[in-house]
Design a binder for this molecule. Structure first.
Ligand SMILES: Nc1ncnc2c1ncn2[C@@H]1O[C@H](COP(=O)(O)OP(=O)(O)OP(=O)(O)O)[C@@H](O)[C@H]1O
Ligand SMILES: O=C(O)C1=C[C@@H](O)[C@@H](O)[C@H](O)C1
Ligand SMILES: [Mg+2]
Length: 169
């Protein structure tokens, strides 16, 4: 059965795309990112999907993107930050190697401030992120089979820890 070597989950700014790219390179495999797949399916950026079609439509496209990627991809798979909210996705992740990238509120705020626009964090990113972390932390914790702290650590260091954990699992 085809399986990703690692599925990365975590809040916005935890580094799923950044660490995912470095991890894939280190393992000699490709990175697939469900945010990119969702944009490709819709033919427009995530921000525009939210504006034109609403979050519910985005989440439906995201569920389909996650389902396809889990079935097809053999490399590293990064999920959108909120993909784990769907019960269907939570069930599909059972049996996969799921790497939860932990990030604290202050560090997440700094990191998303540096990156491209995220529709859920356009207004008052700190309080939006706080709410989002409160809701999601128990879910990330439950789904992660490998948990890696990222605050104050650079992506290369995080990748080495993930590799060690993958070798042990
Ligand atoms: N360990 C790290 N140390 C410092 N900066 C980091 C680290 N990981 C990621 N970053 C930076 O934080 C920003 C967000 O990272 P990234 O886009 O990888 O997060 P993400 O988890 O994919 O977020 P999203 O859920 O919104 O897709 C980027 O500017 C990235 O360079
Ligand atoms: O945390 C979230 O809900 C999101 C994170 C991003 O990866 C994108 O999937 C989108 O901006 C929503
Ligand atoms: Mg990302």
């Amino acid at each position: 059965m085809t399986r990703p070597k690692a599925v990365l989950i975590g809040p916005p700014g935890s580094g799923k795309s950044t660490v995912g790219a470095a991890l894939a390179e280190r393992l000699g495999v490709t990175l697939r990112d469900t945010d990119a797949d969702t944009e490709a399916a819709a033919g427009k950026p995530i921000g525009e999907i939210f504006i034109d079609d609403g979050e519910e439509h985005f989440r439906a496209l995201e569920r389909a993107a996650v389902q396809a990627a889990l079935a097809e991809h053999e490399g590293v798979l990064a999920l959108g930050g909120g993909a784990i909210l769907a019960a269907e996705t939570q069930e599909l992740l059972a049996g996969h190697t799921v790497v939860y990238l932990q990030v604290g509120l202050s560090e997440a705020v700094k990191r998303v401030g540096l990156a491209s626009a995220r529709p859920l964090l356009v207004m008052n990113p700190r309080s939006q992120l706080r709410k989002l972390l409160e809701e999601r932390l128990p879910i990330y914790e439950r789904l992660g089979t490998i948990v890696v702290a990222t605050d104050g650590r650079d992506p290369a260091e995080i990748v080495e820890e993930i590799i060690k954990e993958l070798e042990r699992s």
